[in-house]
Design a protein around this ligand. Structure first.
Ligand code: KIV
Length: 275
């Protein structure tokens, strides 16, 4: 007999149905404990391949592997109960062919239990997105700045700053929506472009440095908590954890050196035998 859960996890169709409605709240998480906190307030938790830079100190997301995504995806699934968990497909795990994409996505879904995957790319990924969706894999798209393409685009600069550059990004967004994605991230584009795309596509847009008009917003949790040493310009800080952790670690080190820690002598008091 299966155990009854008292919370129903949101699904890709639930998120798809939110187009034009109440804003969709999304955050990244890579750990069970942050997932537990995010789960109480977020509709979508993304296990982003940004974990390569945020957790592992890599310069880009390019070296991230499928095994890394699966390990952290599992942790986030354990920590959450209500949010839709989306796991990023890392560079090299899906671009080779539709079949490669399906094999990687099926592994991620079977081994983590997540509800959807995310792939970067517009028109060039449309056929793959349709292939995956037809075979039971809910796909979130990702257009605008696509960090996995860093070695061909050259920098993490915002896209579509000149109106003349908008048409290909709009075509990418339409292609992703037409291919059957249930939602798409729009990353680092000029505000009016984010707004225009949101008005043009029938699926929810999730902005990150895009436009307040998007159907939802996402940030990298550590960036908005003040834990990441370098953050994109558009990131609004909602916390100041970096300095607060540093203060705690400094105090701890001082106490250990002064032999004031572990504090009260009798953490494990000696048992004295009664005569
Ligand atoms: O990897 C990631 O965290 C992402 C978000 C920035 C959208 O793709």
């Amino acid at each position: 007999m299966s155990a009854q859960r008292d919370t129903r996890r949101l699904t890709a169709p639930d998120i798809r149905a939110r187009k034009g409605g109440e804003p969709i709240v999304c955050l990244t998480s890579y750990h069970a404990h942050t997932a537990r906190i995010a789960d109480a307030y977020c509709d979508v938790i993304l296990v982003g391949d940004s974990l390569g830079m945020v957790m592992h100190g890599l310069e880009t997301t390019v070296p991230v592997t499928l095994d890394m995504m699966i390990l952290q995806g599992l942790a986030v699934m354990r920590g959450s109960a209500r949010a839709l968990v989306v796991v990023d497909m890392p560079f090299g795990s899906y671009e080779g062919s539709k079949e490669q994409a399906f094999a990687s996505a099926a592994r991620v879904m079977k081994e983590t239990g997540c509800g959807a995957i995310k792939v970067e790319g517009g028109r060039r990924m449309a056929e793959t997105i349709a292939f995956l969706v037809e075979r039971g894999v809910p796909v979130m798209g990702h257009v605008g700045l696509t960090p996995q393409a860093i070695n061909t685009i050259g920098s993490f600069r915002a896209q579509g700053r000149d109106e003349a550059d908008w048409a290909p990004i709009e075509a990418d967004a339409r292609a992703v929506a037409d291919a059957g994605a249930f939602a798409m991230v729009i990353e680092a584009v000029a505000e009016p472009l984010g707004r225009r795309i949101t008005g043009q596509v029938a699926i929810p847009t999730i902005g990150i440095g895009a436009s307040v008009a998007c159907d939802g917003q996402i940030l990298v949790l550590e960036d908005m908590l003040g834990l990441s040493p370098r953050v994109p310009k558009f990131v609004k800080r909602f916390g100041d954890l970096g300095p607060s952790i540093e203060r705690a670690v400094k105090t701890y080190a001082e106490e250990v050196r002064a032999r004031r820690f572990p504090g009260p002598e009798n953490v494990y008091p000696m048992r004295t035998k009664k005569p």
